[in-house]
Design a protein around this ligand. Structure first.
Ligand code: FBP
Length: 547
C-alpha cells in the first residue's frame, strides 16, 4: 500500500492517555445508577444490567494479574474519524494487561458476528492503521442486532474462537443493541461480555458521562475549514450566496459547531425551528430578510449553513415524513408504480389531507427524494434530500416577488454544497486520535475486569489528556422508553441541541451581528504538529459547555 507523507509521519504518533491508564489501574465504583427516564420499565427489561454503578479508573501501585481474554470488535454504522484508534487502543490495552490476549475483528459491521466473518487483528495489521481515518480495517455496516437468533449465532462463533467479550463501536442505536446483547448473554450465562464505545460524527450521543461522541471533533474541523475557504472566496468575489448543508442525521450539533468556528451569515438550527413551530415559508422569509438587509449594505453575498436533518424538524414536514415512513415500509404496491405522477397520486390518496397538501406543494425533485428507500431503521435517508436546493429555489422565488414589489434591490445568485462524506473518514485530529485511543484502552480494562453492559467513558476532555478521567458508564443509565415502529422500546436518549445550553446561547448572542456584518472566521486545516493551542484545540461546543 503506497502511503502519503502525512500517513507515514502520523503512523509514528503515540496517542496520549489519561494518567490513570498509564500504569496499574484500580476501579472505583460510583453511586448506583438509574435510567434517565422510565426507570421501572427499563429496570424490568434489564434485570442484570440495570442500576450498576458508574466506574472511575484510578492509578495504583498494586499490580494485578488479569486473566487471558479474547475479544471481538465490531464497527457499526457511519464512519467517524478515530475508529482505527479505538481498535488500536483496545489492542494495546489488551496486550499490556496480558500479552496472551487476542483481538478479532468482525467484518462489515454487526452482520460479521451473525455471518461468522472475522479476522484476527495482529500487531502487523494494527500498525498499518494507527492514527488513520476510515473504518476500512474491518469495515462497518448498519445491520441491526435485535433478534435472538442473531445473538445465538454470535454465541456460536464466540465459542469457536474462545471470545469472552465483544466491543461494539457505534451510535445510540448500536449501543442500545449492545446493551440488549449484554443483558441477553448474562441471562443465558453465555460467558460473553459486551462493552460499547460512543461513536458518531453527529455528536448526538452525549450526556453527563459521555462528553462527546468520537469523530465529531475532526469532522467539524474539516467542514469548518471548507466553510472558511468558501467564505474567503465569497468575500473576495462578492457575488454568490452559498447554501451549505452539513451532515447530522437528526441533531444540529455539527451545524452549530461549524457556525461557532466560522461565523457565517446564517445558520439554521433544526431544534429551534421545531420549538418555534416554524414552517418552510417562515424559514424562507427569515433567509430573505437577511439577504435584503445585506443588500441594503451593498453586500450581495453570504453563507448559509443548513443542518441535514432540518426537513424532519419542520412540524408539517415531520408529520408528512412520519406518514410516508409508515406507508412506504415494504410497500410492494407503491414500488410497482412507474411514473412520478402515479406515485404522487398514490401518496396523496393514502396520507392525511394536510400531509397530501404539503406533499403536493413541494418541488417535484424533493417530493421524489422523500419517497426513496428507507434505511434499515425505517427512516427516510435525510442525507439524500437536497434541502439546500429546495431552499435556494424557494428563496429565489420569494426574492423575485419582493423585487417586483420594490422591497428588494439586490442581486441573488446562489450555489449549493453538501459537506458530509468529506469529513467522515478524515485522519483524526489530535483530539480524536487521543480520545479514541483512550476509549479503546478503557474498553480493554473494563473487559479484563469482567464488566458487561458498560460504555467506555473518558471525561474532563477540555483539559490536557493527562487529566482526563476514564471509566465506565452503565448503558442502561442513558436509556428511556420511546415509540419505535409502533412499539415502546428501551433506547438511549438522543442528545439534540439544547436551546438553553451554552453553545446555542453563545450562537444566538452573535447571530444578528454575523447576519448583517461580514464577520467570517477562517479556521484553516487541521494541524497535527505545532503549538498546542492550535494542534490540540477541542471543539467550541465542549469549551462553551465546560468552560
Ligand atoms: P452514524 O449515526 O451511524 O454515525 O451515522 C451518521 C451519518 O454520517 C449521518 O450524519 C448521515 O445522515 C448518515 O450517517 C449517512 O448514512 P450513510 O453512510 O448510510 O449514507
Amino acid at each position: 500500500m503506497i502511503k502519503s507523507a502525512l500517513q507515514v509521519a502520523r503512523a509514528a504518533y503515540q496517542p496520549k492517555l489519561p494518567k490513570a491508564l498509564k500504569g496499574a489501574v484500580k476501579l472505583v465504583d460510583g453511586a448506583k445508577t438509574e435510567s434517565v427516564a422510565d426507570q421501572a420499565e427499563v429496570a424490568k427489561l434489564f434485570p442484570h444490567t440495570y442500576g450498576m454503578p458508574t466506574i472511575t479508573f484510578e492509578s495504583t501501585d498494586a499490580a494485578t494479574d488479569y486473566p487471558v481474554v479474547n475479544v471481538g470488535v465490531i464497527l457499526s454504522g457511519g464512519q467517524a474519524p478515530g475508529g482505527h484508534n479505538v481498535i488500536s487502543g483496545i489492542f494495546d490495552g489488551l496486550k499490556k494487561l496480558n500479552p496472551a490476549n487476542k483481538l478479532y475483528g468482525f467484518l462489515g459491521g454487526p452482520g460479521g458476528l451473525v455471518d461468522h466473518k472475522y479476522m484476527e487483528l495482529t500487531a502487523d495489521v494494527i500498525d498499518e492503521y494507527r492514527n488513520t481515518g476510515g473504518f476500512d480495517i474491518i469495515g462497518s455496516g448498519r445491520t441491526k442486532l435485535e433478534e435472538e437468533w442473531q445473538y445465538d449465532k454470535g454465541v456460536e462463533i464466540c465459542k469457536d474462537l474462545g471470545i469472552n467479550a465483544i466491543v461494539i463501536i457505534g451510535g445510540d442505536d448500536s449501543n442500545t443493541n449492545a446493551c440488549v446483547l449484554a443483558e441477553y448473554y448474562l441471562n443465558k450465562k453465555a460467558g460473553i461480555q459486551v462493552i460499547g464505545c460512543p461513536k458518531t460524527i453527529d455528536g448526538d450521543l452525549k450526556n453527563e458521562m459521555i462528553e462527546s461522541s468520537f469523530g465529531f471533533d475532526t469532522a467539524c474541523k474539516v467542514y469548518s475549514e471548507l466553510i472558511g475557504n468558501i467564505q474567503r472566496d465569497c468575500n473576495s468575489a462578492k457575488k454568490y450566496y452559498h447554501f451549505i448543508k452539513l451532515m447530522g442525521r437528526s441533531a444540529s450539533h455539527i451545524a452549530l459547531e461549524c457556525a461557532l468556528q466560522t461565523q457565517p451569515n446564517i445558520c439554521l438550527i433544526s431544534e429551534e425551528v421545531e420549538a418555534k413551530k416554524q414552517t418552510l415559508g417562515e424559514i424562507v422569509d427569515y433567509i430573505c430578510s437577511v439577504i435584503m438587509k445585506r443588500a441594503e449594505n451593498g453586500e450581495n453575498f453570504g453563507t448559509i449553513l443548513i443542518p441535514e436533518g432540518l426537513i424532519e424538524f419542520i412540524p408539517a414536514m415531520k408529520v408528512l415524513i412520519g406518514e410516508l415512513n409508515d406507508l412506504l415500509a415494504h410497500n410492494d404496491d407503491f414500488n410497482a408504480l412507474e411514473t412520478q405522477a402515479e406515485k404522487t397520486a398514490y401518496i396523496v390518496s393514502k396520507v392525511s389531507a394536510e400531509s397530501g397538501k404539503v406533499f403536493q406543494s413541494l418541488p417535484a425533485g424533493i417530493a421524489a427524494q422523500l419517497t426513496l428507500d428507507r434505511d434499515p431503521h425505517g427512516n427516510v435517508q435525510v442525507s439524500r434530500i437536497e434541502t439546500e436546493k429546495l431552499l435556494i429555489e424557494m428563496v429565489e422565488n420569494r426574492l423575485k416577488v419582493l423585487k417586483e414589489e420594490g422591497k428588494y434591490v439586490g442581486k441573488f445568485s446562489a450555489l449549493n454544497h453538501f459537506f458530509g462524506y468529506e469529513g467522515r473518514c478524515a485522519a483524526p485530529s489530535n483530539f480524536d486520535a487521543d480520545y479514541c485511543y483512550s476509549l479503546g484502552y478503557t474498553a480493554s480494562v473494563l473487559i479484563s475486569t469482567g464488566k458487561s453492559g458498560y460504555m467506555s467513558s473518558v471525561r474532563n476532555t477540555i483539559k490536557p489528556a493527562d487529566e482526563w478521567i476514564a471509566g465506565g458508564v452503565p448503558v442502561t443509565m442513558m436509556m428511556n422508553m420511546e415509540r419505535r415502529h409502533g412499539k415502546m422500546k428501551p433506547v438511549i436518549q438522543k442528545a439534540l441541541v439544547e436551546l438553553d445550553g451554552a453553545p446555542f446561547k453563545l450562537f444566538t448572542s452573535k447571530r444578528e451581528e454575523w447576519a448583517e456584518k461580514t464577520s467570517y472566521v477562517y479556521p484553516g486545516p487541521i494541524q497535527y504538529w505545532g503549538p498546542s493551542e492550535v494542534a490540540d484545540l477541542t471543539t467550541k461546543t465542549l469549551i462553551a459547555e465546560q468552560g
